[in-house]
Ligand binder design. Sequence first.
Ligand code: 5AD
Ligand code: FES
Length: 345
Amino acid sequence: MIKSILDKFNTDKEVSQDEIVKLLDSDDNLLFEYADECRKKYVGGEVHLRGLIEFSNICKNTCKYCGLNCFNKKLERYRLSEDEIIDFAKKGFEYGYKTIVLQSGEDSYFTQDRMVRIIKEIKKMDVALTLSLGEKSYEEYKAYKEAGADRYLIRIETTDVNLYHEMHPKMSYEKRIECLKNLQKLGYETGSGCLVGLPNQTIESLAKDILFFKENNFDMIGIGPYIPHPETPLWTGTDTQKDKEKRFNLSLRVMAGGRLVLKNINIPATTAMETINPKGRIIALQSGANVVMPNITEGEYRRKYEIYPDKICINDYPAHCRNCIESKITSIGRTISKDYGFRNN
Ligand code: 5AD
Ligand code: FES
């Protein structure tokens, strides 16, 4: 019975790590009902849409789960030109997006000067701008902020330090934390999050992830299931539907737990969830989420930004995705927000 733990969220009492473990470990759907109520109470019925541009799949890193890792020689690499990025952003604005998200692998072609030019150009439009470019120096983050960027997303991926180092050869957990701290210090709305279902990841560590998000008071958290990719070191040769569903369910529980613990933050219904379950994003929106990030990249680039296999919408156009997601959201009685969707806005 998890009801007594869930009821604690409506009091001033602290919910402990052990109690969060119990919530994640159970298969009681009451968690989702409470998370949905909490979402309604703290952020309301509006869903914020963020138009996502995946502008380069070139990456110097070797994250063992990610299809963009630099050892994947089978992936056709691309980077959009500055003009293409700005053009996609303009179209995003015209479709009605109030936030544009620029995401890429860690691609050194996009130097500080180039990024600053792109940011300034996009910020001439009436949009909030989110960046998701990975680990950069304090000076670079500062330059992007001064150029007009509003938010930054960088998931911690896991707070289990050993697992972090196992998953990210040559990267450092401390560096990751420093990036998050620097972003907050610079006044970004800062988003973090984690992967759920990595090999050797424990429920305890997922509970710690949630508490870590709380301690750091992040403005957004993106939680998604790990989806094994054949061109990565973690690939074991198969991935059964049963395993996929297990990771989907657990990621939904971590997300719902995140809502209950952090209350008024922004939480996306992630694309990875929909990749495993065709109703994934709607289920997530009814279990604590209040944000969706439709893809506004055009053409063959969508297919090539293959972080994980079977990514949704790879043959669709931005206008199609916009209509698709809008009708899904309204079908469950929710509305599309007309504002920028900052935290508490
Ligand atoms: N499965 C699911 N999510 C993944 N990401 C990277 N690789 C995978 C994968 N195989 C997530 C990471 C990263 C975000 C952009 O995509 O959490 O932060
Ligand atoms: Fe792309 Fe539904 S969101 S087709």
